[in-house]
Design a protein around this ligand. Structure first.
Ligand code: ADP
Ligand code: ZN
Length: 770
């Protein structure tokens, strides 16, 4: 048994010195391999007692003895196998906690793959896969049902007290199990006679778990758009043909649908899913949570009988309710954010990942999985297609089409012969262009005026929320920063708060400098709140709405703003990247990008890619009607290749140039990267741990004779977060497996001193390098 623990630890877990007869008697036994979400994680083997042999299957939760704990410890069964018990002392599985497996065999395989690839204990992956609402059976209650005991004679019945007789006779006549409440009503009695019958063993109880009947499933409204079926364009027809052929091939393969904004990708997804559903199959559609708008929902709900929309604002009972429906095979299409990749559909025939380039598909807490990677693993193991879609495919997806790992399907034109919008760059270095102060340049001001005159709508993108992004004293230079993260606080006008955008630390904005008491502290930098104030002053007759993380906290507010925008009540919608994604409003004649450089100067090898994607995506929100559309992009670096390419809608030029940059350093997609973050309360001790991890990585690399580049340890751009000092190490190699194996070797039995509170975490394929 590979316990992953040293011999000393193992003897604490398992009693030593088993009595001799236990060794001798057992020969061939059935074993269950069990993993745990808390340490020790296993897997450990247990003997399955005869009483559970029929019942216990992989994917079920069990209770097993572990160490010296009195009560059985809950764990997950990952395998059932025949084995020999000679020479080892095995303990018995104590109980099965589920009636049927929560994961079918293919999902158990997925868990084991994720555990290996992302280097996370399998028990923790199970906890991610199976929502806690399902594990705790949220929204259900236990009810006891009674049936009459067998072999009860008439004579015995006669002897019972009158009330008990009525109950017994009724129960016998009904010939089905009945709850105590039901019986009491029917027999017009209290609970007492029923209790007495139970005590005498004349009625047999059976406990069942059921959904509350009163469970409230939020009405799934849409925002007024009516979806019709369209005659497919030629490009859509060709794309659909390739996808249905892949579905019919019964093989696992990846397809990349590269379709420009407004090329009608959603219609293609819907038709492809109709094809799957016609063969009694089902599909998963993942979209970034932000684009899970009423419109997206409505498009699917009007075309399929049973759609389950999963989102983060569901109550636990709702989530559990949907999960059960999905598992019973009652759902044709599951739509949701990245966690929808785990939806337990029994006849899964297609997985769609829309906006596959979006960073929200990577989870930033353990297990740090990427939905694209997991979807790929799941699709391949089931032999079904994975369909990726984007107007701005990630470098990873693009590279896959070039290296033969994915098939490229192109839709280079918008539907209905609509042209791509005109993009005009405004060089903010030029004084005349900037206009008289403020964030809205002269050309943008003129364009908005014109749009409003034509009764069109405008979208303004600024990727910073809050009012001012720095609060600085002009006298002493002091910047008001978060005490836990060392990052500048952002001033929010509503309520006069200064907030840390990394940890939510909040104070009242100081009226004078906290360092030198100078009273004339300045707000610098620009956030959406300040832009809103400026826009209201510059366009006094327009109705303006702001959409960002601050305004969208209340459930339903996102939906309300969008439907007001659709109905034309709102003229200008301004906000962060949440307005850049997926919206399809025909009357948007103008998109303004306030500062295209905001993402460009991040210390991240994907900075150019993010910038290209953001500008292209938001530009794609216009020109979706018959009146065309235009885009104004304000920038300090109009010559930057990413901005140039975005302004010409030239994805190919962008990837070509960007691939050269990536190749220089073997960055993904040409190589593989992993990141190890070490954090702790004391800087020197944290760094010391980082250094010892480096030493272990180096010796693992030498041992494996692998070509892995190790960078660091170094302080990451965010040096301190929530009061913890941070260091990181980056590993790079051409093969993901080599990086993974080096880390696995290096950290296999690495433990930190719990007293020092230093944690380390492994992030495979990181998308965030801050
Ligand atoms: P994308 O996701 O590629 O940006 P959408 O799926 O949002 O594009 O489609 C853009 C618009 O075009 C939607 O309003 C959709 O209803 C419409 N549309 C899709 N296919 C067709 C078609 N074949 N003919 C006319 N309109 C279409
Ligand atoms: Zn902070």
């Amino acid at each position: 048994m590979d316990t992953g623990l040293g011999p000393a630890a193992q003897s604490e877990l398992f009693e030593t010195n088993p009595p001799p007869w236990e060794l001798a008697v057992e020969d061939d036994v059935t074993l269950a391999s069990i993993v745990f979400s808390r340490s020790p994680h296993g897997p450990y083997d247990y003997r399955i007692p005869d009483s559970l042999r029929e019942e216990l299957k992989p994917g079920m939760r069990v209770g097993v003895p572990l160490g010296h704990r009195k009560k059985p410890t809950p764990g997950w069964c990952v395998a059932v196998k025949e084995g020999k018990a000679v020479h080892r002392k095995l303990r018995d599985v104590a109980e099965c906690l589920d009636e049927s497996p929560l994961c079918d065999a293919s999902l158990v395989r997925l868990v084991m793959w994720m555990s290996h690839y992302y280097q996370v204990p399998a028990g923790q992956v199970f906890d991610t896969l199976i929502p806690s609402s399902v594990r705790t059976a949220a929204g259900t209650k236990q009810t006891t049902y009674f049936t009459p005991a067998k072999g009860l004679s008439d004579a015995e019945l006669e002897k019972l007290p009158a009330k008990q007789q009525v109950v017994m006779r009724f129960l016998i006549s009904q010939n089905r199990p009945m709850s105590s409440a039901e019986l009491a009503v029917a027999a017009k009695c209290t609970a007492d006679p029923i209790k007495r019958l139970k005590k005498k063993n004349l009625i047999v109880p059976e406990v069942r778990r059921e959904m509350h009947s009163g469970i409230r499933i939020l009405a799934q409204t849409n925002d007024g758009e009516t979806e019709r079926t369209h005659h497919l364009t030629e490009q859509q027809t060709a794309a659909l043909g390739r996808i249905t052929a892949a579905v019919d091939s019964g093989r696992g393969r990846t397809l990349l649908l590269h379709g420009v904004t407004g090329s009608g990708k959603t219609e293609v997804y819907i038709r492809a899913i109709e094809h799957v559903v016609a063969q009694a199959g089902s599909a998963i559609v993942m979209v970034p949570e932000i684009s899970l708008t009423p419109q997206t929902r409505g498009r699917f709900e009007s075309r399929f009988e049973s759609v389950a929309v999963l989102h983060s604002q569901m109550s636990p009972s709702e989530r559990h309710f949907h999960w059960q429906r999905i598992r019973r095979g009652e759902v044709q299409v599951v739509i949701g954010p990245r966690s929808a990749v785990f939806a337990p559909l029994p006849n899964l025939g297609l997985i769609v990942l829309d906006e596959e380039h979006d960073t929200s598909f990577k989870q930033d807490t353990q297990p740090r999985y990427h939905a694209r990677k997991v979807a790929h693993a799941r699709a391949m193991s089931l032999g079904i297609p994975l369909l990726l879609g984007s107007a701005t495919p990630s470098m990873e997806a693009w590279h896959a089409t070039q290296s033969g790992h994915a098939e490229l399907i192109s839709m280079p034109d918008r539907v209905a012969g609509r042209p791509m919008p005109d993009v005009q760059l405004v060089d903010l270095r030029v004084r005349d262009e900037r206009g008289g102060g403020g964030a809205i340049s002269r050309p943008l001001k003129l364009a908005v005026d014109e749009t409003l005159r034509e009764k069109g709508q405008a979208i303004l993108l600024l990727n910073r929320r809050g009012f001012a992004t720095t609060i600085q004293c002009p006298a002493c230079g002091h910047v008001v920063a978060c005490p836990d993260c060392d990052m500048p606080l952002t001033h929010h006008r509503d309520g006069g708060k200064a907030m840390c955008h990394y940890c939510d630390y909040t104070i009242g904005t100081p009226p004078w400098c906290p360092a030198c008491r100078f009273d004339g502290i300045r707000y610098g930098g620009l956030g959406t709140q300040k832009l809103e104030v400026e826009a209201k002053a510059k366009f006094p007759h327009a109705k303006i709405a702001r959409m960002d993380g601050d305004t969208m906290k209340r459930p339903g507010s996102h939906q309300r703003v969008l439907s007001e925008f659709r109905s034309g009540e709102i003229d200008i919608l301004l906000g962060t990247q949440m307005i850049a994604k997926g919206l399809d409003f025909p009357n948007v004649l103008l998109v303004g990008v306030i500062n295209a450089d905001s993402a460009l100067h991040f210390p991240d090898f994907r900075a150019a890619e993010r910038t290209f994607q953001l500008v292209t995506q938001v530009a794609g929100r216009t020109g979706r009607g018959d009146r065309g559309g235009r885009v104004i992009v304000q920038t300090f670096t109009p010559e930057h290749p990413a901005i140039q390419a975005a302004s010409r809608h030239d994805y190919f030029k962008f990837v070509e140039e960007e691939m050269v940059n990536r190749r220089k350093f073997n960055y993904p997609p040409l190589g593989s990267v992993a990141r190890i973050i070490i954090r702790g309360p004391v800087e020197e001790k944290t760094e010391a741990v980082a250094d010892s991890i480096l030493a272990r990585l180096e010796s693992a690399r030498d041992l494996l004779n692998s070509e892995v580049r190790i960078l660091g340890p170094a302080p990451p751009p965010i040096v301190r977060l929530r009061g913890k000092y941070r260091f990181h190490l980056l590993l790079q190699a051409t093969e993901a497996a080599v990086v993974g194996e080096t880390i696995r070797r290096a950290l296999a039995d690495f433990k930190t001193d719990p007293k020092e509170e230093i944690e380390f975490l492994v992030d495979i394929d990181p998308v965030n390098l801050l």
